[in-house]
Design a protein around this ligand. Sequence first.
Ligand code: G6Q
Length: 549
Amino acid sequence: MAATPLRERKAWQALERHYAEISGTHLRDLFAADPQRGERLTAEAAGIYLDYSKNRVTDETLALLVELAEESGVPQRRDAMFRGEHINVSENRAVLHTALRMPAPVPGSTATLVVDGQDVVADVHAVLARMRDFATRIRSGEFKGFTGKPVKNVINVGIGGSDLGPVMAYEALRHYCTREITFRFVSNVDSTDFAEAVRDLSADETLFIISSKTFGTLETLTNATSARDWVVSALGSEDAVANHFVAVSTNAEKVAAFGIDTANMFGFWDWVGGRYSMDSAIGLSTMIALGPDQFDELLAGFHDMDEHFKSAPLSSNLPVLLGVLAVWYRDFFGSQTIGVMPYEQYLKRFPAYLQQLTMESNGKHVTLAGKHVDYDTGAVYWGEPGTNGQHSFYQLIHQGTVLIPVDLIGFARTLNPLGDHHDYLSSNVFAQAEALAFGKTQEQVRAEGTPQAVVPHRVMEGNRPTNTLLCDILTPRLLGSLVALYEHSVFVQGIIWDIDSFDQWGVELGKQLAQRIIPELTAVDEPSLSHDSSTNALIRRYRSMKTGS
Ligand code: G6Q
């Protein structure tokens, strides 16, 4: 735990002085002063080439940011996480998503990880073996539904961390997924989500994976109950549940209480946070879609980045670099948001996935010791695939009045080569980064023959920072590395801010609040209400609108 409050750390204070000196420096000048900058300020690991030269930093800034990471205890806290210490203090839990992708110990080796008396690597691989067996039987058609038909549709029912990872991975890796099985994902308690997911499917060919760490989440249990009713009514027997439902959870009791045989349950552990769980059994739908071998590749990619994070010097450590730069913009430039724009259509859900990862992790207002922070923490993360975003919101990034650092993710090759499409796509990655950094001066605009009155409108100030992440081609392994990169970058930011990146009390509150209002909406007789006057009036209005009274 960092002993010194953030504002009192030496590196922080040096950064404050340094910021005052360089905040006005333009990227044009930084590049002009150092012709090697674009090659120097780069780092590479696990198939990801990071160009961070178009950031508003000098060598001194970078040295101070690395010092800040050191002084904040990044190496120690990182190592404590990998060892399985209870670094999630408010829940008194280990944080061990990295154990989910540790390779199986080779025969004869003693390399393993024992946490709280439990050999977690052995546990992880025991579950993976059951997942592999199950996924193989579904994919081959050996597993049969209640009427003897193989599974043609898989529906993952889960929400938040039990949904966003599986959806993102399925969309991202669709190229590698079997086309013999339809995959759908139901998360919202809005009945439309469930109704649309099953409307064209036959129950006797459909498998539901009920994914819930706690098995107590209203949305998931409501959808699971509707799914069970749908199957039982279509197939005419309660016995059909055994052939059409499996559960992924840490809570065997609740799974059994719901009516799913725990023999059909795939477990994980309290040391896997929901938003860090796509590579646990929560990835069962991913494994069925990809096949076990490609799922192993995904895990290997996560592990590649874990090893890099663990061993690379801080100054060339990708998660550390992304993490300290995020802190630099958030706390010194006051940037409230960070954009992540993948120039890869398959990654269309990646920004949504990152939103949960980053904002649930670092949306915190107290330190580990429970003191209110006197600095800003987690930025809003958002994004859309390029080039679509360029025709909508990039305008504000180029010429608006707020500074929005952007990560641009590009690929050298596409999975679907077609004419010149890919070079056109990639030219936009480089062109956007260039335009954001260097802009367009008055002189340049005038030289284009622009009428004087229009010149100010066409000037681009530039000095808008970007990271460019350039990868070869999207593979399961690369996706694993990319996700792990952001996971660890979030952790680095959290360490510097001295917050608990692994709890989510705001989410828990939401789960409780709705429970109180449900009976007030469903009661036949007018309930007596004791909320504030606005909530009371809304509930009354809703009740009368829904009955038309
Ligand atoms: C993730 C959060 C949250 C959680 C969902 C679903 O880190 O805790 O998004 O994943 O609320 O919870 P269950 O998996 O327990 O249903």
